[in-house]
Design a protein around this ligand. Structure first.
Ligand code: F6P
Length: 329
């Protein structure tokens, strides 16, 4: 049965931007319109809820945005939303604006914010869409933006490999992922990285040095070591330093891909995923759901409580780690 108490939905994007967020906003607006529900765009994530950055949205507000990276609503990380005063102000603004429910698009920080908001104001209805390049949320096979970020990494590393091969240089390339190694692992497999170092595993420098010595004996001194930013020893620069100390004859370089990974036009996979999730998010609210993230698992839409999505995270598949190791032998 449709929840008839929902007449106006607020939509926001929060935390790090991710390619495909615009496609998700578009899908939320258009699905809501088809259900005769009004939509208010909230600027700069939770900050806009506190500062009343409200803009009514219509079908044409989301025309010609599906192919753009970033987020037309803008985003932010908002410390004020962690205070009782911030939460109360946000609540009052929602009441004043007659916003009956929220669709929040973001990652674990965004969903933790939603949980805190609902704890303080239990009558608030919130559904989340997983939007982060990190792919680290439980309850969805893929998050919005991950596929695009991966493809950006592949394009960049392929170019770096041309130089690595030409000059015989060993490159330490750092990719994003403060707590999760999905971009590094799958980006590394796709680019044939010689080694992949991620936060979920212990970096064994001795092992890496042994492998590089072995390669050197075969007259191979070039390659790509793909390092996730959250790798425990300190990321690409630190690993490069440790290796250079042990293998001074190696010519090494460090490249940090950084925020290039968050921008750009979303891939087809991200546009379709975001559209599907935006649609399912509105449907979930109308089904009376709240406090859940909508995800896609095994090609089926699922609804997962925020607490599970953020606490369980998504686990690195050890089989994929083994495949990466074998490919680099
Ligand atoms: O969560 C997405 C993410 O891109 C992480 O991979 C990265 O650690 C972080 O955001 C960087 O955030 P900021 O742009 O605030 O430095």
């Amino acid at each position: 049965m449709t929840d008839s108490s929902i007449r106006k939905i607020g939509v926001l994007t929060s935390g790090g931007d991710a390619p495909g967020m615009n496609a998700a906003i578009r899908a939320v607006v258009r699905t809501a319109m088809s259900e005769k529900i009004s939509v208010v765009g909230i600027g700069h994530g939770y900050k806009g809820l506190i500062n009343k950055e409200f803009t009514p949205m219509f079908g044409n507000s989301v025309s010609a945005i599906i192919h753009h990276g970033g987020t037309i609503l803008r985003t932010s990380r908002c410390p004020e939303f962690r205070t009782d005063e911030g939460l109360d102000l946000a609540y009052q603004n929602m009441v004043d604006e007659d916003i009956d429910a929220l669709v929040v698009i973001g990652g674990d920080g965004t969903f933790r914010g939603a949980v805190a908001f609902m704890k303080r104001h239990p009558d608030i209805k919130i559904v989340g869409l997983p939007g982060t390049i990190d792919n680290d949320l439980y309850g969805t096979d893929y998050t919005i933006g991950y596929d695009t970020a991966l493809n950006t990494v592949v394009e960049a590393v392929d170019k770096i490999r041309d130089t690595a091969n030409s000059h015989g240089t060993l490159f330490f390339v750092e990719v994003m992922g403060r707590d999760a190694g999905f971009i590094a692992l799958n980006g590394g497999i796709a680019t044939g990285a010689e080694s992949i170092l991620i936060p979920e595993t212990v970096t064994d420098i001795d092992n890496l040095v042994k492998k590089l010595q072995y390669d050197q004996r075969k007259h191979k001194t070039w390659g790509i070591i793909l390092v996730a930013e959250g790798e425990a020893l300190g990321g690409a620069a630190q690993i490069a330093k440790l290796v250079k100390e042990r293998l001074p004859s190696y010519e090494t370089r460090v490249t940090i891909l950084g925020h290039i990974q968050r921008g750009g036009s979303p891939t087809c996979a991200d546009r379709v995923l975001a559209t599907r999730l935006g649609y399912e998010g509105v449907k979930a609210l109308l089904d009376g759901q709240s406090g859940v993230m909508v995800g896609i698992m095994n090609n089926k839409a699922v609804r997962i409580p925020f607490a599970k999505a953020t606490k369980w995270h998504q686990r690195i598949d050890s089989g994929m780690l083994e495949i990466a190791r074998v490919m680099a032998l």
